[in-house]
Ligand binder design. Structure first.
Ligand code: 13P
Ligand code: 13P
Ligand code: MG
Ligand code: MG
Length: 368
């Protein structure tokens, strides 16, 4: 029997601004998935939060894009929204952008990453969850971890990996339908770089191993402003990455996060800051940020999860957190000028458009 790992996340309201869901919301989410385990819809589940986003990790045998699983997630987020409203929380129901569920959470606000797999004798995997950024935040660390021997030493040291990996990349600006391209390393290396350099437009959706055809990674790709036509909050993506044996080791998958790379997100989703790798259940603070990412390692066996290992809760990452703070402070010192703030393509969804329109009417053409 095949096992499916589904991670579906949403912001349905938070305490003290865009900060963290309330304990009552988390308890409600836990109760919903526990009921689904009792009924046999799920074989196991976990609830976590990263900043103001709740992530449901669900294990089942129903495959990806299953309407029952997606409905469970939607109904859970409707239930946590009701709690958020009853507590007067900020942004209650923020990521639920459609009124009625229609079979799949994709295109409705919540982000989803799913992999269906034949369990290996040992099946280690990592769930990444990010807050205050777009799904392109995974472009750099996923590409480097799978394609670059600087991080993935297994490309040189483990013969099974020498054929490289295939990346499915989505054009997230194409709103009418999924527009995707499939490219391989090593042969298409530069073409992949050409796309991934623009992480607000082209986003890694999945990674597959060339030698075995097995899927190694999946990432959510939803862009909330494309669904609602205006800025309603940031996408705050999730990703699942299988590790070890013919895939990169867990440490190789974590390695690129040590850069604390710059990404678009943070306050009002409109600022470039450095991503900070954080412990599970971390909150948001400075300048509605910084952009954070958590990483939980698990093994799954016959549909049952182990406890999580909190992969960024290790002294090494304290240094990286300091580095991320320093990088963020460095670009924040530039305020709204130039590259510190988002480019016009992203700001189009914000109030800056009205401001420019109003000012546009006051511009005059100087007569020669
Ligand atoms: P093992 O020998 O335990 O598989 O560890 C090797 C490894 O993947 C370390 O990166
Ligand atoms: P979230 O997308 O995490 O709700 O953040 C929205 C925001 O604008 C923070 O300033
Ligand atoms: Mg929010
Ligand atoms: Mg969020």
């Amino acid at each position: 029997m095949k096992t499916t790992i589904s991670v579906i996340k949403a912001d349905t309201g938070s305490v003290g601004g865009h900060n963290r869901p309330s304990n009552a919301m988390l308890a409600k989410a836990q109760e919903q998935v526990d009921m689904a385990v009792q009924k046999g819809l799920l074989s196991d589940a976990r609830i976590t939060f990263t900043g103001d986003d709740i992530a449901l990790l669900m294990i089942h045998g129903k495959g990806v894009d299953n309407p029952d699983i997606h409905k469970l997630a939607w109904d859970t987020f409707v239930a946590t929204t009701a709690i958020a409203k009853s507590q007067g929380l900020y942004g209650a129901g923020q990521d639920l952008l459609k009124d009625a569920f229609s079979g799949n959470v994709r295109g409705m606000g919540p982000g989803s990453a799913e992999i269906e797999l034949e369990e290996r004798p040992a099946e280690p995997f990592v769930v990444f969850a990010a807050d205050k950024c777009g799904p392109g935040v995974f472009n750099y660390p996923l590409f480097e971890a799978f394609a670059n021997p600087y991080h993935n030493a297994g490309l040189l040291l483990a013969p099974e990996m020498k054929d490289g990996f295939t990346f499915t990349i989505m054009d997230v600006n194409n709103v009418d339908a999924d527009r995707v391209i499939t490219l391989k390393v090593p042969s298409d290396y530069y073409d992949i770089c050409t796309l991934l350099r623009d992480p607000n437009h082209y986003v890694i959706e999945s990674v597959t191993e060339n030698a075995s055809g097995l899927q190694a990674a999946a990432s959510s790709t939803s862009r909330l402003h494309n669904i609602s036509g205006k800025y309603v909050g940031k996408d705050d993506p999730v990703a699942i990455v299988r590790t070890q044996k013919t895939f990169p080791s867990t440490g190789e998958i974590l390695s690129p996060w040590a850069l604390a790379h710059f990404t678009l997100g943070d306050n009002r989703g409109s600022h470039h800051v450095a991503v900070m790798p954080v412990k599970q259940n971390s909150i948001i603070s400075f300048f509605d940020g910084p952009t954070i990412v958590s990483a939980a390692g698990y093994c799954v066996h016959e549909g049952k999860l182990t406890e999580a290992v909190d992969l960024f809760d290790q002294p090494f990452w304290d240094l990286i957190r300091t580095k991320a703070s320093e990088k963020t402070l460095s670009i924040r010192a530039q305020g709204f000028y130039g590259p510190a703030m988002a480019g016009m393509d992203e700001l189009e969804y914000t109030g800056v458009v009205q401001n420019l329109k109003r000012l546009g009417e006051k511009f005059v053409i100087r007569q020669k």
